[in-house]
Design a protein around this ligand. Structure first.
Ligand code: CDP
Ligand code: MG
Length: 137
């Protein structure tokens, strides 16, 4: 069993895609074990994207993540990390396969609707960052 972190970014919340994205996760038979709507503090977002600190898009992606509420989901299941990454699709929505969240609902890399943990180490760090109180199950 793996547990992974998903963020529905501000664009996804504004476009009323919380239900659509969460439904897809549940239909895949992955279990929601943490769920909240938050106005993320800048320092949380900067810690979340710390690996990208030196990249040119770091400032703009942090601006985007703090531009409105985000939904943080902790999701558990067999191979959940890889399964969720595949469901969300390629980082650039133009490369994302139809049938993925980004391939179905996004057009632009700077508004690509979701984040999901890339590997077990990232998942552990991100779950601790977004759910410091711990998970429900
Ligand atoms: O989100 P994912 O893991 O697929 O991509 P990433 O390479 O870890 O980049 C993190 C986020 O930065 C992306 O989801 C985009 O929102 C943003 N980004 C961007 O705006 N422009 C880029 N050239 C690359 C990433
Ligand atoms: Mg990433």
């Amino acid at each position: 069993m793996e547990t992974t972190l998903i963020l529905i970014k501000p664009g996804g919340v504004q476009r009323n895609l919380i239900g659509e994205i969460t439904t897809r996760i549940e239909r895949r038979n992955l279990k929601v074990v943490g769920l909240k709507l938050v106005n993320a503090p800048r320092e949380t977002v900067e810690a979340h994207y710390a690996e990208h600190k030196e990249r040119p898009f770091f400032g703009s992606v942090c601006d985007y993540l703090t531009s409105g509420p985000v939904v943080a989901l902790a999701v558990r299941g067999e191979n959940a990390i890889k399964a969720i990454r595949a469901m969300m699709g390629a980082t650039n929505p133009l490369d994302a396969t139809p049938g993925t969240v980004r391939g179905d609902f996004a057009l632009s890399i700077d508004d690509n609707l979701t984040h999901s943990s890339s590997d077990p180490e990232a998942a552990a760090n991100e779950l601790a960052l977004w759910f410091p109180e711990g998970l429900v199950a």
